[in-house]
Every structure is written in C-alpha cells, then in structure tokens.
Design a protein around this ligand. Structure first.
Ligand code: CMP
Length: 198
C-alpha cells in the first residue's frame, strides 16, 4: 500500500515537471517575439535620443508662426463665417485676433498695393470694400503655408475640393478668403488693421 502511494506521488511529480517543461516550450516563441519587439523599440529610442541631441529641440520641424487672413464680404453675406472659422479651429489654430470690420478704400489699396498695376485691381478694391469682412490673426505651426494650403488655389475653379475655395466659391474676385503668402506679407497686411500686434 505504502509502495503504491509512493509510486503515485512520484508519477504525479513527473507529470507536473513534464507539464511545466511543455508549457515553457509553448511560451518560448511568444517570449522570443516580445523580446525582439522590445529590442526594436530600444533601438528606435536610441535613434530618437541621438536625433533629439543633434537638433537640440523637439523632433517635429514645425515652427510656431503667425499669419493674417480675412473672410471676404460674400462669405459674411451668405452666412459661411462659422463654416470657415470652424475649419481653422478643428485644425488646431489659435485666433489671436478676430474682428468684423468694413475695409475702407485706402486700407484696401494698401492691402493690395502689389496688384496696383493689374487689370483686376479696381474690381478687387471695390469688392473687398462692398461690405463687412472678418479679419483674423492666427497662430499655429507653419501657419502661413498651412493656412494657404487649407485656403486652396486663387482661382476657385482650380482649387481642389476639400479646400475652402474649392468648396465654397466659383469667382476669382469673390473667392471667399484672403491669406498672406509669406511672413513679410503677414507683417505688412496685419499691421494695416492691427497696428499694435507684436
Ligand atoms: P487674394 O488672395 O485676395 O489676393 C489677390 C486677389 O486678386 C486674389 O485673391 C483674387 O481675388 C484677385 N484676382 C482677381 N483676378 C485675378 C487674377 N486674374 N489673377 C489673380 N488674382 C486675381
């Protein structure tokens, strides 16, 4: 009887050892996979830290920037202000300035001075002074180019759907919105309406 009990105990111990060995073997590929992933992440983190040290700043190349834009009179008249502002908000821009304003003839001539010799100059001045506009100064990463891409091509017939002009306008003069095309233009154009902007 005693011998039988010892035999059974011995058998159970052997079975338990065998089961542990077997589950260990089953787990092995999973553990190896996780270890490989861990090694890859570690290598990526090392590359990141080297790049960070070289750049002495964040990995993102986007620089904080300010831009100037205004919604043309037809956008205000047809009630599309909210639609356009919502796009900038959704994108993540911060409105530093936002103002309803009736542009005067002299402000419009200053604003579009570079187009003074163009055949469309007078029509453009007449249009932007025909009713209130919404002026804005926006802050965000690469603001000048990012806003210009959201605005789309000057000619709304060529503007890609999904852009503001591509979705909202059909006329080259009444093309919904104006946005400065460079940091120098931002300074010139914004200062006409916001002389105290830093
Ligand atoms: P905007 O971004 O306000 O800058 C200059 C504006 O000139 C432009 O949008 C158009 O509304 C207007 N414009 C009118 N005719 C033309 C044209 N043929 N080429 C370019 N711009 C034009």
């Amino acid at each position: 009887m005693q011998l039988l009990r010892e035999n059974i105990l011995q058998h159970n111990r052997t079975n338990a050892r065998e089961e542990r060995r077997h589950s260990g073997l089953l787990l092995l590929p999973k553990v190896q996979g996780e270890y490989r992933l861990f090694q890859e992440r570690l290598a990526e983190a090392k590359v990141d830290s080297v790049l960070r040290k070289k750049r002495k700043g964040p990995l993102s190349s986007a620089k904080p920037q300010t831009t100037f834009s205004f919604l043309k009179p037809e956008t205000v008249k047809r009630g599309a202000v909210g639609e356009v502002l919502a796009r900038f908000e959704r994108k993540g821009f911060h409105f530093r300035e936002l103002m309803l304003h009736h542009i005067t003839k002299s402000e419009a001539e200053k604003l579009y001075a570079v187009h003074r010799s163009k055949p469309f100059f007078q029509e453009l001045v007449d249009h932007v002074t025909s009713g209130p506009v919404v002026l804005m100064v926006l802050d965000g990463p690469n603001a000048v180019d990012t806003v210009r891409r959201m605005v789309g091509a000057t000619n709304p017939m060529e503007a890609v759907p999904g852009t503001i002009r591509g979705d909202l306008s059909l006329s080259i003069t009444a093309n919904s919105i104006h946005a400065s095309d460079s940091a120098e233009s931002v300074k010139k154009e914004a200062s006409i309406f916001f002389p105290n902007l830093d």
